[in-house]
Ligand binder design. Structure first.
Ligand code: EPU
Length: 417
């Protein structure tokens, strides 16, 4: 298993380019199941989750699927056996995104239940309930969601809580349903908006993405198109936090600052000096680093996917920071590893109290999930001495060429195979 080794502390400098958003491209890839004709996605991040989705789609009969550089092309449409098997789904929960498209296109779907997850229970009851409201028969059998329908019917659906992949799954299902679907209490994430933009370019009739109420008028068929995936706001935030924690000056390019308002506000509250361009953010090297309180919530609030990286920064900042996680119930796995590096953090349920500044020292640490591994990179870059992050495969799920990008910023970081 690969490891990431960092010789800290590192001062970062220079420019880094952000890749396409993992959490936008995954639903967009699933949406190719709905389409007819050739489709191209550009600015696709070559990360493990994308490669897993390629395998899932090939299994589901998507033809001529090619990932060349950062461009993915295919002949749209599901065919044959509509089963997403356990061996693929267990490695990536986002595989559940094929459920809605399969049902809408083929009237049948068999998708393995994703099962346990390192960051919380993460049920899919909202997805299932919504599909039932659209007329599907859905049963759980032998660890699989088994669903069938004649043609899905438009319905009024109110999500109990905002769910990102739940909104995306039902949005996709509704594009080919009969009649109008009204979705209330939808996720507002930019990834949902990008998915709707892609589908509308394919001939879908979706209105209101990015607001709590999305209306979809079903159409008979969708054709392929060429679409450019939005930049990854979580990768962007990770670079900003790495720069802030190491008191470095860097420029992050090919990003969308408007997707990071809450994060940029929080960094400024911490004393980080930032300059925003239309598609770039520059962090100035000087400036104090003060702690701040953070509560994660769905977009447009502070994202849970940057909570761990923020905690590494808070460990290096002056004063006490209170970090509260409200989206997932078990997303503090990095706390124990940060403590091994000398961070002073007390956990109290969904809250972590971070007393900074702590002089972090390099250590052997274990990545438990994708964002926890990004947190350990931020910590390792700002720690004194050598940090070895075990189970680097977690980071490869969602960060493209992570060590190459940090090397380009002058970090002493390498992968050990
Ligand atoms: N929830 C339910 N029932 C459902 C669906 C969700 O109770 O049917 C709960 C979840 O357990 C959680 C909350 O609702 O407590 C929100 O979960 P959500 O459904 O929004 O999460 P998700 O769609 O499974 C996506 C991202 C995650 C990101 C979350 C929150 C993708 C592929 N994944 O997950 O990304 O953390 O939204 O923003 O878009 C990551 O990239 O590292 C990652 C985990």
């Amino acid at each position: 298993m690969d490891k990431i080794r960092i010789q800290g502390p590192c001062r970062l400098r220079g420019t880094v380019r952000v890749s396409g958003a993992k959490n936008a491209v995954l639903p967009e890839m699933a949406a190719t199941l709905l389409l007819e004709g050739p489709v191209t996605l550009r600015n696709v991040p070559v990360v493990r989750d994308v490669q897993t989705m390629v395998k899932v789609l090939r299994h589901l009969g998507v033809r001529s699927l090619k990932l060349e550089g950062n461009s993915l092309s295919a002949e749209g449409g599901a065919a044959g056996d509509p089963e997403a098997p356990y061996d693929l789904v267990r490695t990536m929960r986002a595989s559940i995104l094929v459920l809605g498209p399969l049902l809408a296109r083929l009237g049948r779907a068999k998708v393995s239940l994703p099962g346990g997850c390192a960051i919380g229970a993460r049920p899919i009851d909202y997805h299932i309930e919504a599909l039932r409201r659209m007329g599907a028969n859905v049963a759980i059998e032998h660890g699989y969601v088994v669903a069938s329908c004649r043609r899905l019917k438009g319905a009024e659906i109110v999500f109990d809580d905002r769910t990102v992949t739940g909104t995306e799954n039902i949005l996709m299902a509704a594009t080919l349903a009969e009649g109008r679907t009204v979705l209330e209490n939808c996720a507002l994430e930019p990834e949902v908006v990008d998915l709707a933009r892609f589908l509308n370019a394919c001939g879908a009739r979706i209105d209101g993405a990015g607001t709590g109420r999305i209306v979809v008028e079903g159409v008979a068929r969708l054709r392929g198109t060429a679409h450019t995936v939005i930049p990854d706001r979580i990768e962007t935030g990770t670079f900003l936090m790495a720069a802030a924690a190491t008191r470095s000056g860097i420029r992050v390019e090919q990003c969308d600052p408007s997707h990071l308002e809450a994060v940029l506000d929080k960094l400024q509250e911490c004393g980080v000096v930032l300059r925003r361009g239309p598609d770039s953010i520059t962090v100035e090297p000087d400036g104090a680093l003060r702690g701040a309180n953070v509560t994660t919530r769905p977009y447009p609030d502070f994202p849970t996917d940057l909570q761990a990286q923020f905690m590494a920064l808070a460990a290096r900042a002056d004063g006490v920071s209170i970090v509260t996680e409200t989206v997932f119930e078990n997303r503090f796995m990095h706390v124990g590893e940060l403590r091994r590096m000398g961070a002073r953090i007390v956990e109290d349920g969904q809250t972590a109290i971070v007393a900074g500044p702590a002089p972090l020292s390099g250590a052997q640490v274990m990545a438990s999930d994708l964002r926890a591994s990004a947190c350990l990179i931020v910590a390792g870059l700002s720690a004194e001495g050598e940090t070895t992050i075990h189970r680097a495969y977690h980071i490869d799920r969602g960060y493209e060429k992570v060590e190459t990008k940090f090397q380009g910023l002058g970090a002493r970081i390498e992968r050990i195979s």
